[in-house]
Design a protein. Structure first.
Length: 237
């Protein structure tokens, strides 16, 4: 078992590990327990009632966080001609075709999101072994294979994030920085949870939201009641 420092131990005492909090209580507690000297990231961890081994139970999608992520996102676009120009005008950090593919193959990956036009996927497909493990491979379901490259660039720059289930049916998504404060973080949390709930597969049976937790980079996990999240989204909590 990992040993934690005195600071973490003291902070952890503020969190009741035996109870599940409401979204507001959890977010306020997350901000309260963030004591690092840097602006910690707030992350949401979910356990969903799906079996990702079956294609019809995989959960994947994107959502634009209304308050942004608090992080400067570097966007690369694989495109040619007019679409490449559109991407540059929209603020893409890296734009290219064959030369950009060659750079990635040589180990140069200085971007957080990769977008590609459909006609480029023959080339980009060669990068699957490199970009795939990093979660950077363009995919239509994530909105990163599109002809609307300018729109995609602006959305990711503004705070669009992707969510998808792991092999264990878990989902982990950053929703902002501690400096946002509880209200702005709650706005992002609502947007994320709305999107995840809407993405529920028809084949999923039983309870969909199994476990919900919020944590900061250096802070303890704070359990959130799945029922309270459902009620909150419905305007009942």
């Amino acid at each position: 078992m990992a040993k934690h420092g005195k600071r973490y131990v003291e902070i952890a005492k503020l969190v009741d590990r035996t109870r599940e909090y409401t979204p507001r209580e959890a977010m306020e507690l997350a901000v309260q327990t963030a004591r690092a000297k840097f602006d910690e990231t707030v992350e949401v961890a979910l356990k969903l009632g799906v079996d990702p081994r079956h294609a019809d139970q995989q959960v994947r999608g994107t959502v634009v966080l209304p308050e942004g992520t608090g992080k400067a996102v570097r966007v690369a676009v694989f495109a040619k001609g007019e679409k490449a120009r559109e991407a540059e005008q929209a603020g893409a950090d890296v734009v290219g075709a064959e030369e950009l593919v060659a750079e990635v193959q040589n180990g140069r990956i200085d971007f957080d999101v990769a977008i590609a036009t459909p006609d480029m996927m023959g080339l980009v497909g060669r990068l699957g072994r490199i970009l795939g493990p990093r979660g950077l491979m363009p995919n239509p379901k994530a909105g990163t294979v599109t002809m609307e490259v300018a729109k995609a660039v602006r959305e990711f720059k503004a705070g669009k994030v992707e969510f998808r289930t792991s092999r264990e049916a878990g989902v982990h998504v950053p929703i902002g920085k501690v400096s946002f404060g509880p209200e702005r973080l709650l706005n992002n949390f609502r947007a994320l949870m709305d999107a995840v709930v809407r993405a529920r597969p028809a084949a999923a049976k039983g309870q969909y939201l199994r476990r919900v937790a919020i944590s900061t980079t250096m802070g303890p996990g704070i359990k959130v009641s799945p029922q309270s999240v459902t009620e909150w989204l419905a305007g009942e909590g």
